[in-house]
Design a protein around this ligand. Structure first.
Ligand code: ADP
Ligand code: MG
Length: 701
């Protein structure tokens, strides 16, 4: 991570050198110089080239040592083999930051990988911020800096954008020009050898010219830095991101269901959620949201009012609203009375307010004003279909006027293209987001409302979990000493005890007689399970028998289980059987687990258990440590929540007990950094209690 002042020199350079500047049009080293000039750069600009005298009217500097000391920014566009020597020379003159545009490093193979590593090391050691290599460059339009080889000049604006893909940068620049979208900072990260998304978040968080931060990332390589910076930035300004590509990070073979299901994509989603980053699926939503967040105030509640001049689109919008976290506002009587005064008799006075196809601009203006003044309304959506009598531009103006005076967010949806075009342009220019269809408008409002809720959420509380860490560590230490990765149920029982987790009464029996005696003490019916350090998935070898009703059945089951297991796993050491209290009928099976994500740490999973878990994938994730609110929400997030709540007169399960086990799992994951995964599967739960009826844990290799 580079230091703060160097980043400032990077974004606001007073002196810039282009290493490998060229007099030949079409060369990157030429485009960069030309872009700096076109952007209106007012600082000192030095093209560097050993064999040219003048480039685009600028006097050429022959070599790096001839540049002024303490240069703010060097843009490097020389062939690969000259990059490292150039960096060393730049460090010698005390250059503060650089952009390596040149490609052919980590992305092409081993040789490039090591070269890039050397470059990064040099920059870190000498305190020089480096963007790239293999990137398009950086643009700070308001400051007249276009340190890139982009084809166009973006306008200044309030949206910052950084991207790991240079190609996407090119496309977005071109698209933004067509949409009149401007940028405060535009950064192509390239290979991220030194500067990465965490540095950008850290800087942009404090950048007064940036209101919204957008990012496109493919992978995060410093998870902790990312989480910290994202968590710090999100409360100040919205951070909206696209994450593409799923890496095969789960290279280690998973030995639990959790491991098999929890991939890196879920970890990203959980990381975004934990830090308040808004994740979007595509570039279109990215910019829809960016505009909305940059221009409109946040809705302070869920209630949306829709004003429309046609029925169908109004219903579409209302449907989309119902599917979202938003609600259709119910107007106060005063509002309805007011509307009745000037709307035609067949207008619909209730939400959505249909002011009918012959509505002109004034009718829109009056309606919007009345609705905006209603306390029950938190946000508004204005729909216009280009009917014969629609006054498109005048209506746009009316919306703009109301929006200017209202502290509530207003969004427009002018449906169509050709005729509504000019009105839409006016709205966008005035900062009223305008969409072609209702659904994306609703999505934007919903996102803003969710962000409002997130920002105003109560401070997370992390309940204290009573536990004896040292006692649990004895079990892990035994496994470590024996070089065993897997810790199976009969061994992990002590860990459950040390963490005060509720379990069915359980005893280890070495003989069938011991088993029968233990069952007598526990009380029938009981469950018998194979107890072997070498058998992790017990049912797979016929190692579990439930519902054993008397001593005879227990004895028989003991023989059956142990001989079968030994036959199937001949070199397995068999300690005997666990005799376990049988959970009462009607219990529901749930699964609580975690897997340590390489970047973001323990990813806690909750879901309905049983044999269908991997098919239905009805599961929810959070990054540890979980707060009380996280535990509360995660159990309510899965679709099967309705089943847990009870159907047809069943009482709801004991949610508090489940949440407690989830929080304990989170503590376990945080306590033992060398635990790679752990799983309670199943936890059996009814309206009274929840018991952990099976556990397996895996240590890191
Ligand atoms: P494994 O996952 O190693 O095959 P489990 O201990 O999870 O073994 O047992 C398999 C299944 O048996 C569980 O998923 C559950 O349906 C049932 N079961 C296990 N223990 C109990 C118990 N104490 N009470 C009721 N059912 C149980
Ligand atoms: Mg199990």
């Amino acid at each position: 991570m580079a230091d703060k002042d160097n980043l400032h020199a990077f974004f606001y350079p007073d002196s810039v050198a282009v290493i490998g500047a060229s007099a030949h049009e079409g060369k990157v080293g030429h485009t960069v110089v030309s872009n700096m000039l076109k952007a209106g750069y007012s600082g000192r600009l030095f093209p560097v080239n050993p064999s040219a005298d003048e480039i685009l009217g600028l006097k050429v500097v022959k070599s790096i040592p001839e540049l002024p000391r303490g240069l703010d920014l060097a843009i490097i566009a020389v062939p690969r083999k000259f990059v490292l020597p150039s960096l060393a020379e730049l460090a010698d003159i005390g250059a503060r930051s650089c952009i390596v545009i040149t490609a052919g490093f980590k992305e092409v193979g081993k040789e490039g990988f090591f070269l890039e590593r050397d470059m990064a090391e040099l920059c870190r050691k000498r305190g020089m911020a480096m963007l790239g290599p293999n990137c398009l460059g950086m643009i700070n339009a308001a400051h007249g800096v276009n340190a890139s080889f982009s084809a166009g000049q973006p306008m200044p604006g309030q949206i910052a954008f950084f991207s790991q893909s240079g190609a996407l940068c090119v496309a977005i620049l071109d698209w933004a020009l067509g949409q009149d979208i401007g940028f405060s900072k535009f950064v192509s990260l390239g290979n991220k050898a030194v500067l990465d998304e965490a540095d950008m978040l850290g800087y942009l968080d404090r950048d007064p010219e940036t209101r919204v931060i957008l990012g496109y990332i493919e992978n995060v390589e410093h998870g902790k830095g990312f989480l910290d910076r994202a968590a710090a930035a999100s409360p100040n300004k919205p951070v909206i991101m696209i994450k593409s590509g799923t890496t095969a990070a789960g290279a280690k073979a998973a030995s639990s269901h959790t491991g098999a299901i929890a991939g890196s994509d879920q970890a990203y989603t959980a990381a975004f959620r934990k830090t308040g980053v808004i994740r979007v699926p595509d570039v279109e939503s990215l910019f829809n949201l960016a505009q909305a967040f940059a221009e409109q105030p946040l809705p302070r509640g869920p209630n949306l009012a829709i004003v429309t001049n046609s029925g169908g689109p109004g219903i579409l919008a209302a449907d989309a609203c119902e599917r979202s976290r938003l609600q259709m506002a119910v107007f106060g009587l005063a509002t309805v009375n007011k509307l009745q005064e000037f709307l035609p008799p067949y207008a619909a006075l209730y939400n959505p307010v249909d002011i009918i196809g012959d509505a002109g601009a004034e009718r829109y203006r009056k309606t919007l004003k009345a609705v905006a003044e209603d306390d029950q309304v938190h946000s508004m959506l204005v729909l216009l279909t280009p009917t014969g009598s629609a006054e498109i531009e005048a209506t746009a103006q009316a919306v703009i006027d109301v929006a200017k005076k209202s502290p509530k967010p207003i969004f427009a949806c002018f449906m169509g293209q050709e005729r509504v075009g000019p009105g839409r342009k006016m709205l966008l220019a005035a900062g009223v987001p305008c969409y072609c269809f209702p659904e994306p408008a609703i999505e934007s409002i919903e996102s803003m409302y969710s962000y409002f809720l997130w920002r105003n959420r109560p401070k997370p509380v992390y309940p204290e979990i009573r536990r004896d860490r040292d006692r649990a560590d004895e079990v892990l230490a035994e496994a470590r000493a024996a070089n065993r990765r897997e810790i199976v149920e009969f061994q992990a029982q002590r860990v459950l005890e040390a963490y005060n987790l509720p379990t069915p009464r359980t005893a280890l029996a070495r003989t069938s007689d011991e088993a029968a005696a233990a069952a007598g003490k526990i009380g029938f019916p009981v469950v018998l399970k194979i107890a072997s350090p070498d058998i992790s998935h017990k049912s797979d070898v016929g190692g579990v028998k439930v519902g054993l009703k008397d001593p005879e059945e227990v004895r028989e089951a003991f023989w059956d289980i142990t001989t079968r297991a030994q036959r199937q796993k001949q070199d397995a050491f068999i300690a005997g059987c666990l005799v376990q209290e049988m959970a009462p009928p009607g219990c529901k099976e749930i699964i609580i687990g975690f897997k340590r994500d390489e970047q973001f740490g323990p990813l806690i999973m909750f879901g309905l258990g049983g044999i269908y878990v991997e098919v239905l994938k009805d599961i929810a994730f959070r990054l540890a440590p979980l707060s009380g609110a996280d535990a509360f929400e995660i159990v309510r997030e899965i679709k099967s929540y309705m089943l847990l709540k009870g159907v047809r007169g069943e009482p709801p399960v004991n949610f508090k007990a489940i949440e407690n086990i989830i929080l304990t799992m989170s503590a376990l994951a945080m306590d033992f950094p060398d635990l790679y995964e752990a799983e309670f599967n199943p936890v059996l739960v009814n309206h009274e209690r929840a018991v952990v009826a099976d556990v397996r844990m895996t240590l890191n290799v």
